[in-house]
Design a protein around this ligand. Structure first.
Ligand code: KG4
Ligand code: ZN
Length: 333
């Protein structure tokens, strides 16, 4: 069963063809970084306009790269939320119209369920139930995942998402946007032990996160060290280590508490090499299995949306999209 996935929740116009929920035939992501770069963040109105320009081209390219025609597609999965409403509406309306015209079923998929399914797009698949750390620019939480479409949120951030903290610290250091990759590249040259930034555990045995204090600590360091430009790599490394420390320990604790042998790290920040390495090492020591998506499938993409959508559409009794369905901006409880 071939599903066409469409994702336009933020600043990436993406389309993909995925077979049977795991085999990626194509995954095209048109980044809008150039459009938003000058503003230091995503401008919602510009994102929506750019999606309108890109969507037909990106879908055509995904079909061409997969070597299929629209007639080969059995269903369409599209991101319904959370995200920027104007941006979501472009992909959502496009998917509705296309499915109506083609006479195939479609389904609106939660973006976070998409990220959780990204870990099934590789060779090794986690066994249910597993615990997942979802770390992106908009979300940071730990989930107990019991099926492709069911996951219980064990805890999440009370303020900034981890990716957001990376982006804001990159802005303070005038590294540019988006900041996650830039900080991690700079951190490689630094010493993570040199500058110690605070870790907000809140409660070491629970799964709530907070990154605003860490962000303020970096800001204070910059303000009180006139020569901070000479220590940029150490600041980046110290900051990255503080984030990675909390994320990894909480995920390991969740695995221990739930008795899960399999763990997953998904979302844009899952591309962070220090995070992948630290959790992989700890997993190895404890005999646990860590699953991470390929780097190209950590950030927003449509393959993960197609993968999640497949599990609704492959079920004859499963839900189907309706023409009066609407998008949503905030995470659903
Ligand atoms: O999942 P994603 O593409 O979009 C959202 O759903 O939010 O995540 C984007 C976030 C950005 O904040 C970006 O800075 C961060 O992921 N990111 C990273 C790295 N690559 C991307 N953060 C840390 N290290 C990285 N290598
Ligand atoms: Zn995302």
């Amino acid at each position: 069963m071939k599903i066409l996935g469409i994702e336009t929740s933020c600043d990436e116009t993406a389309a993909a063809v995925v077979e049977n929920g795991f085999l990626v035939r194509s995954s095209v992501v048109a980044s809008q970084v150039d459009v938003h770069h000058a503003y230091g963040g995503v401008v919602p109105e510009l994102a929506a306009r750019k999606h309108m320009e890109n969507i037909c081209i990106v879908v055509d390219q995904a079909l061409a790269e997969a070597g299929v025609n629209l007639g080969d597609i059995n269903g369409i999965a599209v991101t319904r939320g959370p995200g920027l409403v104007g941006a979501l509406l472009v992909g959502f309306s496009f998917a509705k119209a296309l499915s109506y015209g083609m006479g195939v079923p479609w389904i609106g998929v939660d973006h976070l369920k998409g990220h959780l399914n990204s870990v099934f797009l590789g060779h090794q698949k986690p066994a249910f139930p597993f615990v997942a750390l979802l770390v992106s620019g908009g979300h940071t939480g730990i989930y107990h995942v019991t099926s492709h479409i069911e996951a219980r949120l064990m805890g999440q951030t009370r303020d900034d998402a981890a990716g957001e903290a990376f982006d804001k610290v990159a802005k303070m250091l005038e590294l540019g946007y988006p900041g996650g990759v830039l900080i991690s590249e700079m951190a490689v040259q630094g010493d993570p032990e040199k500058i110690h930034f605070p870790r907000a555990w809140i409660d070491k045995t629970r799964y709530a996160f907070s990154f605003s204090g860490l962000k303020t600590a970096v800001k204070r360091y910059i303000e009180t060290h006139a020569d901070y430009r000479e220590h940029m790599a150490d600041i980046a490394a110290g900051f990255e280590e503080a984030v990675v420390d909390v994320l990894s320990q909480k995920l390991l604790h969740a695995a221990e508490e739930t008795g899960c042998r399999d763990m997953a790290v998904v979302g844009g920040v899952a591309a962070n090499r220090r995070l992948r390495k630290k959790i992989a090492e700890a997993a190895g020591e404890r005999g646990l299995k860590l699953h991470v998506p390929d780097i190209s499938l950590c950030g927003d993409n449509a393959a993960m949306i197609a993968a999640a959508g497949y599990h609704y559409l492959a079920d004859p009794e499963g839900p189907r999209g309706r023409l009066d369905d609407d998008v949503y901006s905030r995470a659903q409880a």
